[in-house]
Write a protein that binds this ligand. Structure first.
Ligand code: NI
Length: 294
């Protein structure tokens, strides 16, 4: 075969292959090396085999690429690090917020205790009197119990009876509520001259057998009324030597530690007293449980 004949045959083959497969055309146009392979192989192989070979070479070429350097996974490493950073940051933030919350709660409690101690200094305190059975009875006997304390006198025409009835009604409501701790009712006279032990015993029996009635000598009564800042003043005596004692009309609520935590004036209803007492009891329990927790 002459050189001219070979050149024209190669040109013909090239033209034929171009028509047979667009993929081969792609090979011809993109890789001179591939072109040579195709041209060289086309004599003994089908175009499809040539395509397979070319594809295989490409695959080999791809697989022959150098492995990724260790730094190639750097982004993944960074992501993990940032994730850890944010998780750690989140935990620290939650912990800090928790600490701040408890600190704030403790500050509130300390403030409340401070106010309470101020109130305690202003109202309430120790007293030593005698009960309706003639036995010594002091503020220490009330420790561990809630108590409603009322100051009055047995000869009071209307106000004291109304207030004592109110206390008894409130007491019944508190007991029936099922939400309250036991609570005592205490009557303390501001008229020790007439209200001796038998007089107090007879008087409180009219209202409730559960009432504790207290009396004492003038000094003892003076001490008790001063502790609660109870005002009282005996009026002029009439021809029968009778007199009215003007006095403060307040019912005090004492907690189991002997602190005065609330008080109810004449305008309060038994319902008001009942709800007020239950509220104070719940507050007391909640504060004690929080202090226990801390
Ligand atoms: Ni009275």
């Amino acid at each position: 075969m002459s050189t001219m004949q070979m050149i024209s045959r190669i040109a013909l083959l090239k033209k034929t292959l171009t028509v047979v497969s667009p993929k081969l055309q792609h090979c011809f146009s993109h890789s001179s090396r591939s072109s040579l392979v195709v041209v060289d192989s086309v004599r003994c192989r089908k175009p499809s085999l040539i395509v397979q070979q070319f594809a295989s070479q490409r695959a080999n070429f791809s697989s022959a690429l150098p492995p990724r350097p260790p730094g190639a996974n750097k982004n993944k490493g960074i992501n993990f690090t940032w994730k850890s950073f944010f998780i750690s940051g989140g935990i620290v933030s939650i912990f800090t917020a928790g600490m701040l919350y408890f600190k704030q709660e403790k500050m509130k409690q300390l403030e409340s205790q401070r106010k309470k101690s101020l109130g305690q200094a202003a109202l309430g305190g120790k007293f030593d009197l005698v009960d309706q059975h003639g036995r010594p009875f002091g503020s220490a006997n009330l420790l561990g119990n809630w108590a409603l304390i009322y100051f009055g006198f047995t000869h009071c025409p209307d106000v004291c009876p109304d207030e004592l009835e109110k206390i008894v009604k409130a007491h019944e409501m508190i007991e029936k509520s099922g939400k309250a701790d036991p609570i005592k009712m205490v009557f303390i006279t501001v008229d020790p001259e007439r209200d001796d032990v038998p007089a107090v015993r007879e008087y409180i029996r009219e209202f409730s057998p559960k009432f504790i009635g207290l009396t004492g000598n003038r000094e003892q009564i003076e001490k008790a009324t001063k502790a609660y800042r109870v005002y009282y003043s005996a009026g002029p005596r009439d021809h029968a030597n009778d007199y009215i004692v003007d006095h403060t009309i307040i019912t005090y609520l004492i907690d189991p530690e002997g602190n005065m935590v609330d008080y109810y004036g004449q305008t309060k209803t038994p319902e008001d007293v009942c709800s007020g007492v239950i509220k104070s009891m719940q507050k007391y329990k909640s504060m004690n449980s929080r202090l226990g927790f801390l």
